[in-house]
Design a binder for this molecule. Structure first.
Ligand code: GLU
Length: 280
């Protein structure tokens, strides 16, 4: 009897230890995003896009999407210290929303019909255009046939989709997990160009470590209307976010975020879009 008790107690201790270990590894996946207890909101952003969504070496977050997300969260009732940022890569966004990993996503997320079948979108809050980033001495320019060229883009992005569908179906397209990986491929000479939104490319080109190495071609290959992704059918949250975005523009916070994040990259963005109006 006594022995049995001890055994049961040990088993309980062991179970506790195991669940504590499981919790510990779960937490470290979420990195430095703070407590996941009550009163916090989980928001999906990019971690590797300077000027838009970037995790800084000190664990803080910067960029236009981060500022938009922070403003929106505040309007939903969550102060900045109640936000838990989660990385949502291009190919993971619809699933992250469907699974409920995040309440909303602000991650250079273009609104399109295919995605609208899986998620709700608030916005748009920015209009960008697909462009190419090449080495400063590259002769790729307007009018260059990109078929046969080595291009890099990201899996699950509209940029990769557009290359395959119409920009250059016969290009050698390398699809990687994030744009920072494409930039490394461009720097090493493994690819001739990186293609995605000009907003993203301008941020990389302006980084201190790449200064003078890359240039944008200035081609406007598509219209990318950035929306905030929300769970499919969650009209209440979508409406609240639309109201927040409208307020962000009217009270000057949108322009402030533009100046702070795109100014250093010398990115000349389009004026604030009207909520619900998609430029096709
Ligand atoms: N805006 C485009 C998209 O939503 C390209 C940028 C990205 O991959 O986040 O796919």
């Amino acid at each position: 009897m006594k022995l049995r008790k001890v055994t049961a107690a040990s088993a309980a201790v062991l179970a506790l230890a195991l669940s504590a270990t499981a919790c510990g590894s779960d937490d470290s996946d979420d990195a430095d995003s703070g407590s996941s207890g009550g009163g916090t909101i989980k928001v999906g952003i990019k971690y590797d896009q300077p000027g838009l969504g970037l995790k800084e070496p000190d664990g803080s977050f910067s960029g236009f999407d981060v500022d938009v997300a922070t403003y929106v969260a505040k309007e939903l009732g969550y102060d900045a210290d109640k936000i838990e940022f989660v990385e949502t890569k291009s190919a993971d966004r619809e699933n992250a929303i469907a699974r409920g990993d995040v309440k909303f996503i602000a991650a250079t997320y273009s609104i399109n019909d295919e995605r609208k079948e899986k998620v709700n979108f608030a916005g748009p809050y920015l209009l960008a255009h697909q462009d190419l980033l090449v080495k400063t001495d590259s002769d790729i320019a307007k009018g260059t046939d990109l078929n046969g060229k080595k291009l890099c883009s990201v899996t699950g992005s509209t940029s990769a989709q557009n290359v395959k569908a119409d920009i250059a179906p016969d290009a050698q397209l390398k699809e990687l997990g994030g744009y920072s990986e494409c930039i490394a491929a461009l720097q090493s000479g493994a690819v001739d160009a990186v293609t995605t939104d000009d907003s993203i490319l301008a941020g990389f080109a302006a980084q201190e470590k790449y200064k003078g190495q890359f240039k944008l071609t200035g081609l406007k290959l598509s219209n990318e209307n950035y929306g905030i992704g929300v769970k499919k059918g969650d009209t209440a949250t979508t409406d609240k976010i639309n109201a927040a975005l409208t307020k962000m523009v009217s009270d000057g916070s949108w322009q402030k975020a533009v100046d702070a994040n795109f100014g250093p990259a010398n990115y000349k963005n389009e004026p604030a879009p009207k909520i619900g109006v998609i430029v096709s």
